[in-house]
Design a protein around this ligand. Structure first.
Ligand code: U2F
Length: 537
């Protein structure tokens, strides 16, 4: 059976039914309804650009572990009370995308529902595991869901783990993913050690090429026909929906307040006994707003003020897409799992140089100003510069549009295959999109590729893991040896040896060493759709 584009939202709503009275899917349903007209339009537009025929209809299970009772996270309970919504944004957009692309969806969030489906998996040792026997072709879940999956597919986990795609906002680096390695190097955390292929982790931003970039859709209504044009006022909106995010920011806000009217959308818990008062009295607080009202407020504002937390959320991209300029707090030293509580235990060594590295590195001025918010003069100058502008141009990278997300997810579904027992599709990205580059000493493959305007692509490491490949790339080594570690294949400039990788799970785009020139698979990319190589749609 082939996948046919489906734009009937009521059909989707029938699949998106809460398993119990906790109303776990309420926010997701609201967002999908609000964005559906734009999503359907984008689907039709993509269909005109590329051939969407002949795709096999896949049975896809989406299991939202974060909403399960067992997670204990209360995501469901706090979705209208200032709780984290970034993750729900991503799940909403994933569900909408998979449905529009015409696949057969099952959505669950409780462990018992998952068990019911997974019980139908054939025994791990059954001789023939053709895809026809499987109750699902792909499973999207998160780390909580993964734990539930492991528990319920006793014995058979290893074989069917290849069906999994883990929604993992901040990413999992290879060194943290391989349990034995992480354990031996004392970096094993509760989130890491999953022993999946690194590309089975799907991140929120294209920050680690070892993982797959899933992203989300940035909501924008500027061109909607029913939207009335709103005048931009001398007004700034603060990014921080909880009071605690405002603590210690009074000096910074006071300077801004001397130049422009400040608004907020902070959730006020009227039941809380011990109220804190971190919000200055001059702030016009609207309380937590629904999507429509928040977007109206963004279109009225000239500036969106970052406070330093939350990290890497969707809201700054929404602000920029609505024409507001984002003030992005710089971090010096950068925040990482080494020095910041929030990142402790997260399976990545990534260092955030600001509250929103994507906005800093991929967007930049005039949409984003990354500044030291303790430097009062710099804050003052930046705000004045922005306020003196005559025009405020919105910006939206293609990869964050509805069409961009549909195109990217479709490419992954059609081309990625992590299962040995399934028919292997053609190599993807194809060799024609890939170049092998011997980096400079002390430079990671992520950076070595980027310096040549290319992106590291871990799926091609295997092809260059040999002395011959290193020699071809310009290394001069009489000897070679095999090493287990994230830095190989490499040329050792001290010993003049070619060092190849022993453990394929450790192929890694990140990681550098002063003495090593790493050999890197680098691919080209579509401008505005970094996850895909040219012609790889
Ligand atoms: C991020 O999660 P957050 O939920 O803190 O991310 P935000 O950028 O604040 O926004 C999420 C959505 O909430 C919406 C807004 C965004 O789409 O339009 N919203 C709203 O509807 N009404 C309001 O008054 C204010 C916002 C990140 F996404 C997560 O991955 C991280 O775990 C978290 C912590 O770093 O930050």
């Amino acid at each position: 059976r082939y996948a046919n584009i489906s734009t009937d939202i009521e059909e989707l709503m029938k699949v998106l039914v809460d398993p119990n009275e906790r109303q776990g899917y309420a926010w997701i349903r609201m967002r999908i309804r609000r964005m559906w007209p734009r999503f359907s339009k984008a689907m039709k537009s993509l269909q005109l650009k590329q051939d969407m025929n002949g795709r096999r209809k896949k049975k896809i299970l989406v299991h939202l572990g974060l909403l399960s009772k067992q997670s204990g996270w209360k995501f469901a309970e706090s979705q209208f009370k200032g709780g984290p919504l970034g993750e729900l944004v991503q799940w909403s957009d994933l569900v909408a995308t998979l449905f529009l692309l015409g696949h057969q969806l099952t959505i669950t969030s409780e462990a018992e529902q998952l068990a019911g489906i997974l019980n139908k998996l054939p025994a791990a040792n059954s001789p023939c595991q053709s895809r026809k026997e499987l109750p699902v072709d792909i499973i999207y879940t998160d780390i909580v869901g993964l734990r539930q999956f492991k528990k319920h597919v006793k014995g058979g986990y290893g074989k069917f783990s290849c069906l999994l795609r883990i929604v993992d906002s901040f990413g999992t680096e290879p060194a943290y993913n391989l349990r034995s390695w992480a354990k031996a190097h004392k970096i094993l955390t509760t989130w890491g050690g999953q022993d999946l292929q690194p590309q089975q982790f799907f991140t929120m931003f294209p920050h680690s090429p070892d993982n797959s970039f899933m992203g989300f859709v940035v909501e924008q209504h500027l061109n909607d026909t029913n939207v009335v044009k709103i005048e931009r006022r001398n007004q700034a909106l603060v990014y921080g929906k909880n009071e605690y995010m405002w603590e210690g920011k009074a000096a910074y806000l006071d300077v801004i307040k001397s130049l422009v009217e400040i608004h907020g959308t902070v959730y006020i818990d009227t039941d809380a006994k011990n109220k804190t008062h971190s919000i200055p009295s001059y702030v016009n607080n609207h309380g937590l707003l629904n999507g429509e009202d928040l977007h109206t407020l963004l279109r009225q504002s000239k500036i969106f003020i970052g406070l330093g937390f939350p990290y890497e959320g969707p809201a700054p991209l929404e602000a920029i897409a609505n024409g507001a300029v984002f003030i992005n707090p710089k971090f010096n030293p950068p925040h990482s799992s080494k020095n910041t509580k929030f990142f402790k235990g997260k399976p990545t060594e990534r260092k955030l140089t600001s509250q929103h590295p994507y906005a800093e590195q991929f967007l930049g001025e005039p949409y984003v100003y990354t500044i030291d918010i303790k430097n009062i003069q710099q804050v003052k100058d930046t705000v004045s510069r922005i306020l003196h502008r005559n025009e405020f141009h919105p910006y939206m990278p293609y990869e964050y549009t509805e069409e961009g997300m549909l195109q990217r997810m479709n490419a992954y579904i059609e081309h990625q295959n992590f299962c040995q027992f399934q028919k292997q599709p053609a190599k993807w990205p194809p060799n024609s999109a890939v170049k092998f580059i011997l980096g400079e000493k002390g430079v990671s493959c992520k950076d070595a590729c980027w310096a040549k305007n290319l992106i590291c692509d871990p799926s091609h490491f295997r092809d260059i893991n040999s002395k011959e490949s290193l020699l071809e790339s310009g290394a001069t080594c009489p000897q070679s040896k095999e090493i287990t570690g994230i830095l190989y294949p490499s040329f050792n400039t001290v010993t003049n040896e070619c060092e190849t990788q022993k453990e394929e799970f450790l192929f890694s785009c990140v990681g550098e060493h002063l003495e090593l020139q790493r050999l890197c698979p680098c691919r080209n990319y579509i401008k505005g759709q970094t996850a895909l190589c040219q012609g790889c749609e």
